[in-house]
Design a protein around this ligand. Sequence first.
Ligand code: NDP
Length: 485
Amino acid sequence: MTYPTQPTASHFIGGAYVEDTAGTPIDVVYPATGEVIATVHAATPAIIDKAVTSARTAQTAWAAMTGTERGRILRRAADMMRARNHALSVLETYDTGKPYQETSVVDATSGADALEYFGGMAATLTGEHIQLGEDWVYTRREPLGLCVGIGAWNYPTQIACWKGAPALACGNATIFKPSETTPLCALKVAEILHEAGLPAGLYNVVQGMGEVGGALVSDPRVDKVSLTGSVPTGRKVYAAAADGIKHVTMELGGKSPLIVFEDADIENAVSGAILGNFYSSGQVCSNGTRVFVHRDIKDAFLQRLSERLANARIGDPMDPDTSFGPMVSERQKDIVLGYIATGKSEGARLVTGGAQMERDGYYIQPTVFADVTDEMTIAREEIFGPVMAVLDFDDEADVLRRANDTEFGLAAGVFTRDLARAHRIAAGFEAGTCYINTYNDAPVEAPFGGSKASGIGRENSKAAIEHYSQLKSVYVRMGDLEAPF
Ligand code: NDP
């Protein structure tokens, strides 16, 4: 390992790196080799208190600045992230195992997009004026105070920015707890924000397992929690936040449907299914893992899919030609292999893949099951790995009912040349994010988030502002005030 992956210290608090070796050590493992590339320490109660105190102290002055001033800092940070894209992408690859081919175009760049977008929006945030005869009301758009972000391990840089950028734009202070599996990237986001001029204490990073997240969520000095994680964790965090009547954003898991009609362009539909199942080795929350293919084109679809999967370049994630990397951890690899075994034992037909690869690291072959039925475990539970389930259908109304027959509602996609049908299906999907003839786009300009058990609230776009600010109404009487006595 020649690239420096050991951070200066475990945490970033009050504008500086901070260490407390009394915290539980957390080894950071490079998923392509299994090698330990860094060690950080979980936050102790003293570290958590330091982060909360530092954030609360800094927030008032930050909120008093103009939106233009706040936005300028965020936009400067965006430019710095782009200028350092190579180093940030390499670190993201070491942290997650995702191929550099992906990280160099998706992670720091999408983090920078969020900083630029919300930096630009900061100056436009306003209340409104409501005339009531000669009296009037005005609203002030105010920050919530201290916003905590808790991240999953699949997009550590992006999640750190998607939660930090709108919070800071609105005048909040933030504390971000990365997943213990991928603790490195958020520290770089904190460094860059402070180099860009962010006053100390407004963007803090503390490491740790679920307990550290839990301690932050239940701290009465915290006003809002935004979690990206699984539905079971979401239930716990939502309940703890409810106890303190805190604001929440929940970006949770999914088991999203992707419907391919008989008139679809097969090459495009196969591209959508590949992007929606095998990008980041399948570790994407919005993946369309239940691929419903019309019976008339099922054989053609499976044939083209198998041919194109044979072109996947599986190997060293740092090689720019590699297009498919390992699972993030041994644990995740074992979970996915367990689901593959269940798929076989429940009678799904293995079309391709289905095994761990014989090499170091946590590699699993891109795997496709056909003849999957709605009741099978691999069609009901989120796998979070490179496992596609192909299901047959004949009828539009029936496939829409089956697509919606899940507790999740994160994303959904449809491929068809019949645009009236495409919009009819999109309207019928019970999901927060829908795709027509494409899959898994997530531009900062559009709201992203789930319905049903997949989440509460939206990230990105103007919609995120509503989740990081609150309105205060101020009533103004111009004349005398009457009272009954
Ligand atoms: P987890 O739910 O296991 O963990 C998410 C985060 O919550 C981690 O930082 C974890 O800490 C922390 N955490 C765990 N328990 C608690 C608790 N009781 N209180 C506070 N924090 C806690 O998810 P994964 O990291 O395994 O990520 C995969 C999941 O994330 C999938 O379900 C995926 O669908 C979802 N996801 C959703 C996205 C969306 O935008 N909707 C995007 C990306 C992923 P630690 O792990 O360190 O113990």
